[in-house]
Design a protein around this ligand. Structure first.
Ligand code: DQA
Length: 140
């Protein structure tokens, strides 16, 4: 089963950025542990700070891969384009966030992705991604 993880803007700075919120580990290091933990899955990772590149990636894999684990980061709260892309493809998307966005600023309470996602996992640190991937294994 092919699963695409897509991370949005500033998540390339994990391990350096606001460590109190986002932790001390880079996503590249965490991704290695994920691939070891789920050897039966074909996990792919993509990160971009550019909205259109995220949309292109969803189009590229969205009719081939079974699932997308999407942390659109700040674009979660602003991007109709990413929301439409999620809705347009066959793959099932799970929205994830490292932090609990509902416990933060009001502008983080809105998600344009959420209505088009199967579900949302947030607030568990990087473990949010483990939970999302595990849920795909159960469902499919
Ligand atoms: C985030 C939450 C967003 O509000 C924020 O803009 C991010 C990261 C999270 O994973 O907690 O960049 O998506």
């Amino acid at each position: 089963m092919k699963i695409q993880i897509i991370n949005g803007p500033n998540l390339n700075l994990l391990g350096l950025r606001e460590k109190d919120i986002y932790g001390e580990i880079s996503f590249e290091d965490y991704f290695k542990s994920l691939t070891n933990k789920f050897p039966k899955l074909e996990l792919h990772y993509f990160q971009s700070n550019i909205e259109g590149e995220i949309i292109d990636k969803i189009h590229e894999i969205g009719f081939d891969f079974s699932g997308i684990v999407l942390n659109a980061a700040a674009y979660t709260h602003t991007s109709v384009g990413i929301a439409d892309a999620v809705r347009s493809v066959k793959a099932t998307t799970i929205e994830v966030h490292i932090s609990n966005t509902i416990s933060r600023e009001d502008y983080r309470h809105i998600s344009y992705v959420a209505p088009n996602a199967k579900g949302i996992i947030m607030g568990f640190g990087l473990y949010s991604y483990d939970l999302a991937i595990s849920s795909f294994m159960k469902k499919l």
